[in-house]
Design a protein. Sequence first.
Length: 294
Amino acid sequence: MVGEATPKLAFIGLGAMGYPIAGHLARRYPTLVWNRTPSKAEAHAKEFGSQPVAFAQVAQADILFTCLPTSQEVHEVAERLLPYLRPGTLWIDHTSGEPDLARRTAVRLAERGVSYLDACLSGGVAGAVQGRATVMAGGAPEDFERARPVMATYAAKIVHVGPLGSGHAVKAVNNALLAVNLWALSEGMLALVRQGVDARLALEAINASSGRSNVSENLFGQRVLSREFPNTFALGLLVKDLGICARVLEAAGTPAPMLRQVREFFEVARRELGEVDHTAVARLLERWAGVEMG
């Protein structure tokens, strides 16, 4: 195994978040990359100096990263790689996924002597590009400590939130709170605009008051009021996360009428709007109200 100061890394999944994250890693460590679309791995190599490889070759790494749409895809990748993996490998999963399935994946990997962290990301594409992502990780403390210096390459905040599955659970609740803030602010702003209030001035006041949130401070002005709605976090992915949150709530058995209801709201929005940016739910509320905020 390569010395701890210079581990060999591998990254699977060069999507909106994975591409820049793997780029930060490749500038610091020898990094193998694999993507379902080979041309994307080749482009990454040209931009960041990573090394595109065949699928099985990622098992040569000391630390292996995945950043895929769902935990099911991570589990399938793990099953395919199982014959090639070496004992002592650390698998860091940046997918926003399912706690229960992550634990099942970890059990399978442990059969090969591979450790696993579910280490969800927050901060959006901008945070990933700037190297200022937030990581919420679940797993054994010793695995977290091994991963921390490598994750510091692209993360400004790294928190070990608990045992396996905890990272996925915290991320799901976090994104449910994003959904609550987005929906509630849209409802409130529509009422204000209908009554003649300037939306930008109302937002300025809210952002200096107790009702502010990341949605009001960053997303609402840049996307809803600007009418740009760049699709950096698809509505369908947020709905997926709300489904995960619902299962976390069910497993906990705690009261959660608001979080359960907001999932229903976003399910309706996805059916009505299709695969748009998550902030475009404001358009659905505008349609219902007959008022446009921007």
